[in-house]
Design a protein around this ligand. Structure first.
Ligand code: J2J
Length: 535
């Protein structure tokens, strides 16, 4: 396995292979078979363009050869920051075939995140759009040093247009299916996002079982609403799961209802995956938007807790089934089943998808809690890697000595095996599915000359679940900055917009715990009182 990764112990690897979870084939193998069997079948749809399985297969080969000629080699890392476009998918498959490793950035990332990802992965290449949602990504690429190559989807300026990367396909050595295929980003709890190495065979299993649990077939049209560089829309079952079964992937240019509803109607979309704030918006808009959504048969909701009341109303209002999805880029996927009773779907976050997902629910000392009580979820299994990339020190605390990942989520395990997410212990804000690591924002705040101490906590929000509140103790020199000034300061430091604080509270000092740490629990209570929110 690639240096800097933690392999599964041999006895586990053997078991996962024997049980058929791990198959000796690189990602995208099935795409080639489907392309040969039915080349004219539509694979990918953008609002103004479509691509068949045959075209996708051919373009992936030619792009792989072109990238090879441009100087990319197997094992090279390629940071991809693209919105939901066809080129994203062709590029992924080209890289799988070449054995080069995509590192998935989000379109919302800015200089701070992108520079970190390029440095952390030692990337050879960066791939960006020219513009997306009014932002010029070439400007961003100019400020990120490191990658030797910058490829652009659209107008390249001084960089290379991805379109022109093209060469006659040549036989390439197949990548080792046991090795890393791609890197996902962790939501982060300490510092900047960590890279999660996913192998061909573990990720292949991930996308197959989630496709199976969604009952996905070649007759389905999956709509990618959320960014496809995120695990959920990429492979749970998402884009890769849909292509695996020969279905059609419809790519939404943005998640806005104005873009998405007409696409559902036009393409007769059957399945999609949403975060709770979007699901609530759809619930509100379904009856009044005037679009025909009757083709939908299944809508997954996950990324943050979906309230039982909304979950009960969603299916009848949209005429489809709901599937709660509690997943993580680190691996474990819990989902409700298509035949679960409606109350189970409304009130739980589902069951682990693999019979070999191992679950422990523990208290702060690491001891198992009594059945049915709340504790931290630990897990290991055939698609949950044993460590972050190049993060030996962090891995020592993020995983137990016997390889269980500490999710940081507080859950309750029901006798049926379903999990209910009750909260979390990790220092993260879940902004309607967007994850914000408190200490990443704190580090940036501390760089402001007027800030002596700071603490970033979640504050309840009726619409998106949580927003970010920054508590600040000003330094001796001058007054503390207001929210607008602080936001401008953080933006200038290249922080993605979803990580900017929604509220700033200036205080004289912080409450401390018995051991002298900032007492975030009391800060959360304080902001709850100030906003009048219920605990
Ligand atoms: C409560 N919290 C949830 C849920 C994730 C499918 C769906 C989501 C993700 C994802 C994903 C939750 N209820 N239904 O990768 O494949 C919180 C937990 C979890 C963290 C993981 C997928 N679904 N969460 O959100 O890596 O705190 O993956 O540990 O971004 O989101 O975040 P992420």
């Amino acid at each position: 396995m690639l240096a800097g990764c933690v392999p599964w112990p041999p006895e586990f690897a053997r078991r996962y292979t024997e049980r058929g979870y791990w198959r000796p084939e690189p990602l995208g193998t099935r795409l080639r078979t489907l392309a040969r069997a039915d080349a004219d079948r539509v694979a990918l749809v953008e609002p103004a363009r479509r691509m068949t399985y045959g075209e996708l297969d051919r373009r992936a080969d030619r792009l792989a050869a072109g990238l090879r000629r441009a100087g990319l080699s197997p094992g090279d890392r390629v940071v991809i920051q693209l919105p939901n476009v066809i080129d994203f998918v062709t590029l992924c498959h080209a890289l799988f075939r070449l054995g080069a490793l995509p590192v998935f950035a989000l379109p919302a990332h800015r200089e701070s995140e992108l520079a970190h990802l390029c440095a952390m992965s030692d990337a050879t290449a960066l791939v960006i759009p020219d513009n997306y949602l009014g932002f010029d990504h070439r400007e961003l690429a100019r400020r990120v040093t490191g990658p030797e190559h910058v490829f652009v989807v659209g107008e390249p300026a001084e960089f290379v247009a991805l379109d022109t990367v093209d060469a006659e396909p040549e036989p390439l050595p197949a990548p080792d299916p046991a090795d890393v295929a791609l890197f996902l980003l962790s939501g982060g709890t300490t510092g900047l996002p960590k890279l999660i190495p996913r192998t061909h065979q573990d990720y292949g299993y991930n996308l197959r079982i989630s496709a199976e649990n969604a009952g996905l077939t070649a007759a389905d049209s999956y709509l990618a609403v959320l960014p496809i560089g995120h695990n959920y829309a990429l492979a749970c079952p998402g884009v890769l799961g849909t292509l695996h079964v020969g279905g059609r992937v419809v790519l939404a240019p943005t998640p806005s209802v104005e873009d998405v509803f007409p696409l559902i109607e036009r393409e007769r979309v059957t399945v999609t995956g949403l975060v709770p704030p979007l699901a609530l918006l759809w619930l509100e808009m379904a009856g009044i938007a005037g679009a025909d959504l009757s083709s939908l048969r299944l809508v997954q909701v996950g990324g943050a807790k979906f309230g039982a009341d909304a979950a009960r109303r969603f299916g009848p209002a949209l005429g489809c089934k709901v599937q709660q999805s509690f997943g993580m880029a680190e691996g474990l996927l819990c989902q409700t089943a298509l035949d679960d009773p409606p109350e189970t779907v409304a009130t739980t976050q589902g069951r682990p998808l693999s019979p070999d997902d191992e679950i422990r629910v523990v208290d702060a000392s690491g001891a198992a809690v009594p059945d049915g009580e709340v504790g931290e979820l630990l897990t290991r299994g055939p698609y949950t890697p044993r460590g972050y990339y190049r993060a030996e020190e962090h891995n020592a605390s993020a995983f137990t000595s016997d390889g269980f990942f500490r999710t940081g989520d507080l859950v309750r395990l029901l006798p049926s095996g379903h999990l209910v997410v009750e909260g979390r212990v990790k220092d993260q804000i879940n902004r309607g599915g967007d994850k914000v690591a408190a200490d990443e924002v704190e580090d940036h705040l501390l760089a402001h000359p007027a800030v002596r101490e700071c603490a970033v906590v979640a504050m309840p929000d009726p619409l998106i679940g949580e927003r970010t509140c920054a508590f600040v103790v000003p330094g001796p020199r001058g007054a503390a900055p207001g929210l607008a000034e602080m936001v401008a300061f953080l933006r200038d430091r290249g922080l993605a917009a979803y990580k900017l604080p929604d509220r700033l509270e200036v205080v004289e000092s912080f409450p401390h715990t018995a051991v002298g740490k900032v007492d975030k629990r009391r800060l959360r209570e304080r902001i709850r009182e100030l906003t009048g929110a219920q605990p």
